[in-house]
Design a protein around this ligand. Structure first.
Ligand code: SF4
Length: 172
């Protein structure tokens, strides 16, 4: 191994932050105001993603059990009665966001289902969620191709449950 590689190994062989966002939260110097946030999202939609379409992340926070390494925003539960109220609240939030952005629809290039465990939802609940999201989003303006990803857990995914085609990341 070269000296440079050994130096790099020593340099990075230390605990680091979770790189689920960049820059990571400790480096955020201040939280944007609501008006700034809306303005920046609108600008990004009109410029960066004007051709490719925006990436939509849908967070499903439920898990049946807790993984020892978990650092996610999630809730351990077996209570399925939580699902539809959550889905309804999520769609309401999406409508409010569209309203604040002053648009009826967004051009979406890809959809990612994360969590939590999206396959906590039954197939018909996932279908209802995605149908509603896509109805509110594309309005006949589908980007193509549309890469879709979803974090899933092996056990519930054993039954065919994910709508559409796409990549799946097994998380627990
Ligand atoms: S599946 Fe993911 S979100 Fe759920 S407990 Fe495990 S690491 Fe956390």
């Amino acid at each position: 191994m070269t000296t440079t590689n050994v130096q790099l190994l020593r340099k990075y062989n230390v605990p680091g932050p979770r790189y689920t966002s960049y820059p990571t939260v400790p480096y955020w110097d201040r939280t944007p105001t609501e008006a700034e946030w809306i303005e920046r999202v609108a600008n990004a939609i009109d410029t960066d993603t004007a051709h490719s379409g925006a990436s939509l992340y849908v967070h499903i926070p439920f898990c049946r059990s807790l993984c020892t390494y978990c650092g996610c925003n999630m809730r351990v539960t077996r209570n399925h009665g939580l699902v539809m109220p959550y889905v309804e609240a999520l769609l309401k939030e999406y409508d409010l966001t569209l309203q604040r952005l002053g648009r009826d629809a967004l051009r979406i290039g890809e959809v990612h289902l994360g969590g939590g465990t999206p396959t906590f939802l039954h197939p018909e609940e996932l279908d209802a969620l995605m149908t509603s999201v896509l109805d509110r989003t594309f309005r006949g303006e589908l980007s193509d191709p549309t890469p879709n990803t979803a974090e899933t857990a092996p056990a519930p995914t054993a039954s065919p449950g994910m709508p559409g085609e796409g990549r799946r990341t097994f998380v627990g």
